[in-house]
Design a protein around this ligand. Sequence first.
Ligand SMILES: Nc1nc2c(c(=O)[nH]1)N[C@H]1C(S)=C(S)[C@@H](COP(=O)(O)OP(=O)(O)OC[C@H]3O[C@@H](n4cnc5c(=O)[nH]c(N)nc54)[C@H](O)[C@@H]3O)O[C@H]1N2
Ligand SMILES: Nc1nc2c(c(=O)[nH]1)N[C@H]1C(S)=C(S)[C@@H](COP(=O)(O)OP(=O)(O)OC[C@H]3O[C@@H](n4cnc5c(=O)[nH]c(N)nc54)[C@H](O)[C@@H]3O)O[C@H]1N2
Ligand code: SF4
Ligand SMILES: [Mo]
Length: 829
Amino acid sequence: MEILKKLISRRRFLQVSGAGTAAGAAVAGSGGFGIGQLSTLKEAQAATVDSNTVVNKSICAQCPARCGIDVYTTNGKVHAIYGNAGHPIANGKGCPKMHLGTYILYDPDRFKGPMKRTNPKKGRDEDPKFMPISWDEALETVADRMNALRDKGESHRFGLFFGRGWGATDVGVTLAPMAKLYGSPNIGIGHSSMCSDGSVLAKQMTDGNASYSSYDYRNANYLLIFGANFLESFRPYNNNLQVWGYIRGEKAPKTHVTAVDVHMNQTLSASDRALIIKPGTDGALALAIAHVILTEGLWDRNFVGNFADGQNHFKAGEPVDAPFDEKWTLGLAEWWNVELKDRTPKWAEGVTTIPADLILKTAREFATTRPAIALFERGAHNHSNGVLNGMAIHSLNALVGSLFAEGGLAYQMGPAYGPAPANPDDHLDDYAKNGPHKAMPRIDLKGHEDGYMFAKNMLQEVPKNHLAGKPYKMDTVMFYMTNPIFSSPDATAWEKMLAEVFVIDTSPFPGETAMMADLILPDSTYLERWQDAPTYPFQGWPLAQIRTPAIKPLYDTQTFGNTLIEIGKRLKGPASEYYAKLENVENILRHLAKGFEATPGDNGVNSFESWVEKGVWYKKPYHWRQVRGEFFEWDGQGWNKPMSAEDVKKKLLKTDSGKFEFKSSYLDSKRDWVLAKTGRDPAKFNFPHWEEPKYTGTGDLHFVTPKNALHAEGRSANIPNAIALMQPAAGGRRQVYAEVHPSVAKAKGFKDGDRIRIKSTLGEVIAIARVTELTRPDTIVLPFEHGHWAHGRWAKERGTHVDSIIDNQSDRISGMANYYTGKVSVEKA
Ligand SMILES: Nc1nc2c(c(=O)[nH]1)N[C@H]1C(S)=C(S)[C@@H](COP(=O)(O)OP(=O)(O)OC[C@H]3O[C@@H](n4cnc5c(=O)[nH]c(N)nc54)[C@H](O)[C@@H]3O)O[C@H]1N2
Ligand SMILES: Nc1nc2c(c(=O)[nH]1)N[C@H]1C(S)=C(S)[C@@H](COP(=O)(O)OP(=O)(O)OC[C@H]3O[C@@H](n4cnc5c(=O)[nH]c(N)nc54)[C@H](O)[C@@H]3O)O[C@H]1N2
Ligand code: SF4
Ligand SMILES: [Mo]
């Protein structure tokens, strides 16, 4: 603490003596307003000196981009947030949400301390009648329940569900080990199957990396974007805006962009070519592009290889039997024979509604404007055929040789963290090692034959399984940064479950989960807490940022990591020793930072203190590179060290074959299960191939409910500013509109601004129509995040809760929830 105090006073000193610099940095971050334009420099300096302003480094929490921020606090009040100029993702800049953090901190509806429910009845219309209690009582209550369940041999009936996990202090070192130490398969069910597991699994199936990709956009000459909203949501949004300015402005040659979506979002309107596709059919488009690349001989011979005789034998409609010498890929000729030979642009036009000539042009451009990247996200994989679509799209990267290449895509390296203060394996008792929980499946049936063998998580399945008692009933469930009762498909199913079990919420805000909770253990908001966060995949080289509290918690709240440590200390047996050794979040951070001593960051960060001061540790470059079909490792000077095939397999192409697999060995590893559950053709089930999506519902319109720039997942609905700025493309103000095509409005007899009723098999909702040609005639687009029945005064009962009418159907392979695959009908309300 001494060091910290010193640090803070040193920072204050710097601010006072160098006021011009601090103000200057802030001005640069705000987008180029000179202070002189607002007031004289003298006045500005005087104001800064008098105001006793402290700037703390932290991390924005409103989306997974994890931008480094400078938090300005004057006389104990946080009043401004700018991008951290020394942070490689933010670069001193912010997206439109960054500054809204002050509204989160000062949200008048925040919980003020721990509370227990006194009304035993639960439901939307039941006031929980929360009563304030002490932290001690709150923590004891949780530990007592956990200990009692364990005494009965029922520890699996305690679950901990989480959404946005940040890093070691809230998940890696605190939450995840609890599963082992206490003994429950349900500790640590994440929300990834409601988020973007479709892309993670598609990568795992083909190149063996269960991860999102990192991208080298600045050196790419072509971007082909499928169902990822690059300029409104795709990660890291703030940096995407910056990179876009460069690749579409300064860079010569300008990077060409073709974007594929179901409506004209901001990404499509800013691209060179916008392809408006029928929902669920991106795989067909990607297969046709692959078809053209092969028939026209445009594949990368260095990476993929070639026919033994050097001729191109890929001819539409004809199988090949000429020998093909593959280099870093597996199964190309077989893929052609079982699938690609018939996937002509003409065929794809019939499936996708995109004209064949545009498909042909896109394919030729993509393959000849290298380096080229094909990227995709939720739009492409939120369907029953999602993993197949993803595999087809990612295969395009292999065909043009973009994997691990300059201007291509790779995977993220982890930070050089030091070891945690304790090792869970040293604190396991006999129950932890051999208890009855060991034989229990997870409540979400992840990895179970009756469930989802390949899935990472299946949070959306929990209420269904619990209510059916299959595999069993839960007793106590705790939530960290997830609110599936609002955000999962068939969200209302959670209401029935949460009415039956003991619910613990850790949200600082009165969300829907909290309204069903028996106990509230409120987290401090992100501007009040210590926390670490390694980056989400960015440019491959490692980067780890730190949250430092800008102010002391305003209320009687506690950082979630510390809450878990305090619960852990109260558990019976050696688990408590583990948590006692962790001490607290700040201590964990100090241990992590020890790793930086041996590996100082490029910005000089080599200790806890310097990490706190700079807010980020990072170390360039990315260690590996593929150049014209050869792989090299960084040797300290350059990518000079040639890699052996075994090395490539171990570090980069982590499949059974050590190659990019068009023919997936990972999918083949559960062949019988896949065939039984999907009914797929045994000849092609493990190749990227076309399968009709299973649309849910019986209506005549596709229902698509994406994010927009002012969404902070489901978390920002109580921010009045964000509401005011909603949906700029469609002209929203305080309202969120349902975008409907004029032909639909005409046929159904309503006009722009009318209230409409949207009906699915699960129910109906009311929305306000924005009649626009920017959306397909067969699709209605209504952004997510609104229509809360709790979550604060501005969030409540404003807008439409879309997830209450979205069916709970998942991709059988990835487990990804099929958010964008429902069919609805609309009528004038
Ligand atoms: N502003 C903002 N940014 C965010 C977030 C946020 O809440 N707000 N959340 C973050 C999170 S958690 C995630 S997972 C990412 C997700 O980032 P994205 O995947 O970019 O987000 P979505 O809006 O879910 O979907 C992207 C697009 O898919 C389109 N789409 C729907 N169906 C189809 C289809 O069948 N084919 C095609 N081609 N397109 C289709 C939608 O119209 C939408 O424009 O965003 C992150 N960034
Ligand atoms: N229709 C439709 N549905 C979607 C999506 C979509 O695009 N369309 N997007 C999907 C995606 S990509 C995702 S990732 C999920 C996100 O959905 P969730 O996993 O539910 O995550 P959030 O909506 O961010 O909600 C997290 C909850 O955490 C609480 N919270 C906020 N701040 C804090 C904090 O500092 N500490 C703690 N302990 N709690 C906090 C809030 O009460 C909030 O309700 O939604 C999915 N649902
Ligand atoms: S991109 Fe995400 S993390 Fe970065 S400033 Fe915007 S909301 Fe915050
Ligand atoms: Mo997500």
